[in-house]
Write a protein that binds this ligand. Sequence first.
Ligand code: PAF
Length: 284
Amino acid sequence: MKVFNSIAELHLELETIRLAKKSIGLVPTMGNLHAGHLALLKEALSENDCVISTIFVNPLQFELNEDLQNYPRTIEEDKLKLKKAKCEYLFAPSVKEIYGHNINYQTVIHVPDLSDNYCGRSRPSHFDGVATIVCKLLNIVRPDTAFFGLKDYQQFLIIKKLVSDLALNVDIRGVEIVRDSNGLALSSRNNYLSNDDIVKASNIYRCLQETAGKIRDKNRDFRKIEIWAKAQLSNAGLRPDYFAICESHSLSPANENDTQLVVLTAAYVGSTRLIDNLRVSTDQ
Ligand code: PAF
């Protein structure tokens, strides 16, 4: 696997790849790779002649009070996993390579509306940080297709909107959530959980499934279901941040005529904030 730390070196390699008319897939990550990331890579490899994975813990998407310093950095293990999964190219730049000497003077991209609710409410600058780094990585690599996990469903919609609004020439693909045996969506933040916490956290998916069941049973009092679901999470020892039944494209609170829905939630287990979602179609 070829590893690049500088944009200039990566560009040289990409020039050769483009001359050979090979299609390019991009898998952006913050490292600490798990089976969810490897699913992105697998899909990218199956659809492209070559795949560039990136590992960059992006300071711009962490709030000041968040876990940037302690975010798990496991680059050597990650490289082994990527090699084993047959990834040929890794781009792992430093913060200085991406943001220069002063990150505070970085041009920042804000995707309005979609960024403002749900996770954006408790993490006000998070999605600007995500939109900025994703736009930058898309400009650096100029892939044909870029792959993102659907666990971060709000992030996925924001990236699609960013690409459409800025007329970027790339296909954005969402890849299904990978879950452990008791339903917990895989996330690097699961590393912070004790065994007891993991049992508690598995209630998130159970609650999403029960909510989907109610919706499929034609229960249309969505606001009442949201209140019920939050109580379920609290009773299971979690601290819900939000639980929202939304229209799946706009993320507006769902109304009874919407048929394509997504149930979004974030909840704390101790001090660890976990997110998850479940899409529900009420079409026959
Ligand atoms: O989903 C993530 O891991 C990150 O938000 C991303 C898209 C790699 C941007 O840093």
